[in-house]
Ligand binder design. Sequence first.
Ligand code: F0G
Length: 363
Amino acid sequence: MVDARGGPAGHWRGVIEEYRQYLPVTEQTPVVTLLEGDTPLIPSQVIGPQLPGSIDLYFKYEGVNPTASFKDRGMTMAVSKAKEDGAQVTMCASTGNTSASAAAYSAIAGMQSVVLIPDGYVALGKLSQALAHGARVIQIAGNFDDCLSIVCEITDNYPVALVNSLNPYRLEGQKTAAFEVCNALGTPPDFHALPVGNAGNITAYWWGYKQYREAGKIDCLPRMLGFQAAGAAPMVRGEPVANPETIATAIRIGNPARWQEAAAAVEESGGLLRIVTDEEILVAYRKLGSSEGIFVEPASAAGVAGIIKLATEGFFGDEPTVVVCTLTGHGLKDPDRAVAMVEEPEKAPAQTETVVEMLGLAK
Ligand code: F0G
């Protein structure tokens, strides 16, 4: 039997239905959902135990959302509210994941999605998603920040719904990941680590944790840790970066839209913002894939790189400490990166003996 509000009865119904009492929706809001959320909180089996100190490390794996990134939590809200308002067209600037999600949710809502992306800097998996979901994709000869200013000008002046994280409904949806972390652990973690790009997600998690405390679901708050790539670290450096550069293209952003709110979240929580280099990101990326069995895109490894860095510096001390790190997007988003990490896949003729010999197998 199918529940009128989405999904087979008794199954997960997506973040709007599951967290309705914490979200600005009414009975009139049409629920546009792909049953996002309910992602696993995976205990680290290798990276965490190898860190100095006494760290219990968990990964909130957002790569298993319907479009394979955390954006779906926000997009179900943004597109539902846009539909409630009667919008027919959605628009966003994106480094890729927002566009994939906007395109998918707009498709099921029967709306046209328009996405502006920085030409040449969007990973192939993400571009293929936006195209598959029927978005009008315009590649701009500029970076994400250029795309976002064009989108803001257009959505301010024309009947087009903005679905970037400047839209508060996006963050309302994304905050539900913090609820799930608390539900899974029974308490909030001591620290919550995230990669920071446009600075919406770290802001959203902070809103979520604070709201859960106000609702009496938890009685303390985590310290928020944000990590930016060295070539795209405006918040750490304290000024916008005109030409951001990093292999983690998802967070290649020089002037984050949610800068103030994210800075406030970090400060209020007693957390910090730090830089991780592309090399550190790639080390964490490789480790996640090859030792934890979790495939992420490079930006998602930035939080893990940051945790490794802080733990190595002794930041967490020796007391038992629970750290949650959000893995924001799936590795299949950026297949070129994974392939570029190996020299050249080995080749062999279609002969068993040759393969046995190559593997050095003996009976
Ligand atoms: N990780 C991934 C995989 C992302 O796609 C993004 C942002 C972030 C982290 C950073 O999150 O912007 O809330 O601080 N991607 C946006 C996009 C900018 O267009 O897909 P944030």
